[in-house]
Design a protein around this ligand. Structure first.
Ligand code: SF4
Length: 181
């Protein structure tokens, strides 16, 4: 699978008003990165038509052991809609994507097993942490592409990614974030 120039980023990390709580969650490093590379924002939840703000969603491990995305309050299972959106979105990226930076702890986005997962439909009994739908699918479809959450971006994996994106010289305005940590 070829590597293109796009860096796919969870839209909330770019400061877009897409979160369930309507809050700003822009990440300064990622917003700075977007000044230098071609960024493609994505938000699976608003992508399936949910508004912002909206009821929170959470991961539920069903009795068969499958991980589902449930909307708080309504208990609606949004998994089929989110899977369809993410599959279509990811398939369109073939040959065009160089990296992903996706939101940790998100039922819809996280590529790392950081998302709280519950064994009940009330979202009260925590049983572990799993990946979100987009992150999990991206890892399956693009095994050769760097896929980080925003916290990994701030460690060694982030430095490696910046070296990949800027083979001749990493801009100082990006390096300064690493020096600050
Ligand atoms: S974590 Fe993903 S689904 Fe949630 S607001 Fe951010 S981009 Fe949207």
């Amino acid at each position: 699978m070829g590597r293109g120039d796009l860096v796919v980023v969870s839209a909330c990390l770019l400061g877009r008003p897409v979160r369930y709580d309507g809050e700003f969650k822009g990440d300064p490093l990622i917003m700075e990165l977007a000044k230098y590379v071609e960024v493609l924002p994505v938000c699976p939840e608003t992508g399936i038509g949910l508004p912002s703000p909206r009821p929170r969603v959470f991961l539920w491990k069903d009795p068969r052991g499958e991980i589902r995305v449930i909307q708080e309050g309504t208990k609606k299972d949004l998994t089929p809609q989110l899977e369809e959106f993410c599959r279509k979105f990811l398939e369109k990226l073939k040959g065009r994507v160089k990296a992903f930076v996706l939101k940790s702890k998100s039922p819809s986005c996280s590529p790392t097993p950081t998302t709280k997962t519950y064994e009940d439909l009330e979202g009260e009994k925590l049983i572990g942490r799993y990946q979100g739908i987009l992150g999990k699918m991206a890892l399956e479809l693009y095994p050769d592409v760097p896929i980080l959450d925003e916290n990994k971006l701030k460690g060694g994996e982030g430095r490696a990614l910046l070296q990949l994106l800027f083979p001749s010289a990493i801009p100082d305005t990006l390096l300064q974030y690493f020096e600050a940590w």
